[in-house]
Design a protein around this ligand. Structure first.
Ligand code: H79
Length: 427
């Protein structure tokens, strides 16, 4: 009994200190949109539908009924899926946790679900539980792991099509879907995959608060350390998620996250090669952290389970950069300037500022407005060595004499050690 009491106490204090730690300090996560929709790759009956592939059923896309959509499960056999390789990719990319679609709006469970036969183990020739494999690979690699779960929208539920628009929401069928599928599935994903980082609910629409409270209670019960996404609805999450692909221009208070895509959409689309290059991804990551947030970047494996090659290359290039300048991102805080500067952006760690120079000035001078705290040291990092920079003030502006060549081929980092926390005169 005593031992039991003690164990509970330890677990609780552990929970308080660890809760959301990877979210708060890691700052960079991998989002994975992978599901039955990946098998369509935005194509149906020979026609390509340009848009977000996980919305193939939508009337603005291929406009499919469940009877048309569901049978593709028989062709979904992602034999190239390699959980270890994906986790290694995330690790080399410098990401701290992975959030993967356990079930998207199409209602198809990507794991072994007892609550619904419309799942990858029961309905496909693949028969494996890729989420089990991913959870295990994450645990082995020290990578955080968590699930996306579409709690409100479920378009193929046998209890009726639940689009949850005002026009066709039927409260009885929603109640049935909630009791027989949604709630049991959230029990499953929070019970059967070890400790998880967070549950990423999406698109609450006008779902009733009582439903969301029940779902959040399940997460709290089974995963006391896990975060719940702001898109659970009714303010019941642990943090805020901005709009899809939104990176704010001014600092945002509180705990929040930006979610972004590597190309034009989430789920794999055969034609979508509009990849952001490493510098653009870096700018979006740094800018998010500089505004005070955490950045989650999506990948979309294809119907065979492969991560597109170009996507991997880009993630790895960003990962190499993060190895050179970890202090600019990990555990870093928002810019005291509260918005970007003409040449780039600033993140801070205690008395240290990391200046990320996106646009290297060709004048030999870098200007910093309004800094009130004295500079102890200023240096350009190159990943290998550091180059001391001369600093002085000119009409109230801080000026750094910089070399004509940037320190880094992607984004250069100048580090300032201050005599105290940065104070900035907003004028
Ligand atoms: O999972 C990803 C999206 O599928 C999901 N959230 C991210 C993380 C999401 N749910 N809703 N939306 C995104 C916005 C939906 C936009 C739409 Fe359309 C506009 C759906 C129907 C009209 C554009 C046109 C996309 C499909 C047709």
């Amino acid at each position: 009994k005593m031992w039991g009491d003690k164990a509970v106490t330890t677990k609780k204090s552990q929970a308080d200190s660890d809760k959301g730690k990877r979210f708060r300090e890691g700052k960079y996560a991998m989002f994975i949109h992978w599901g039955l929709f990946s098998q369509f790759a935005n194509k149906w009956n020979g026609k390509t539908y340009y848009g977000i592939g996980e919305w193939m059923m939508d009337k603005n896309m291929a406009n499919l009924t469940t009877a048309e959509y569901a049978p593709i499960a028989k062709e979904f056999n992602p034999v190239d899926f390699n959980a270890k390789a994906i986790v290694q990719l995330a690790k080399n990319a410098g990401m701290k946790y992975i959030i993967v679609t356990a079930k998207h709006h199409d209602g198809f469970a990507m794991y072994d679900s007892k609550a619904s036969d419309f799942n990858i183990v029961k309905a496909t020739p693949f028969k494996r539980d890729p989420m089990k494999e991913l959870a295990k690979a994450c645990a082995e690699a020290g990578m955080g792991f968590g699930f996306y779960y579409s709690h409100n929208q479920d378009w193929t539920t046998p209890y009726g099509t639940v689009f949850n628009t005002k026009d066709n929401l039927d409260p009885k069928s929603f109640e049935s879907y909630f009791r027989h599928k949604c709630l049991p599935q959230v029990e499953e994903i929070t019970s059967n995959y070890g400790p998880i980082e967070l549950v990423w609910f999406d698109t609450p629409g006008d779902m009733k608060k009582e439903y969301i409270e029940e779902l959040v209670a399940v997460v709290r019960k089974n995963q006391p350390n896990a975060f719940v996404s702001g898109r659970a609805g009714h303010g019941l999450g642990d943090y805020n998620t901005l709009g899809d692909m939104e990176i704010p221009l001014s600092n945002v208070d509180g705990l929040w996250e930006a979610v972004d895509v590597s190309n034009d959409a989430w789920g794999y689309a055969w034609y979508d090669n509009n990849w952001k290059d490493p510098k653009e991804i870096l700018r979006r990551l740094i800018s998010t952290v500089a505004r005070g947030g955490t950045y989650m970047l999506n990948i979309g494996p294809d119907g065979r389970g492969n991560v597109p090659h170009q996507q991997q290359k880009t993630l790895l290039a960003v990962g190499e950069w993060l190895k050179r300048y970890p202090d600019a991102i990990y555990q870093a805080e928002a810019s005291p300037w509260k918005h970007a500067l003409p040449w780039g952006d600033i993140t801070k760690k205690k008395n240290k500022l990391s200046l990320s120079v996106y646009n290297w000035p060709n004048t030999g001078k870098l200007y910093i407005p309004g800094l009130q705290t004295a500079i102890k040291t200023s240096r350009l990092l190159t990943g290998k060595n550091t180059i001391p920079l001369k600093h002085y003030t000119e009409q109230g502006w801080t000026v750094l004499d910089i070399p004509f060549a940037p320190g880094d081929p992607l984004v250069s980092i100048i580090e300032l050690e201050l005599s105290g926390e940065a104070r900035v005169d907003p004028s």
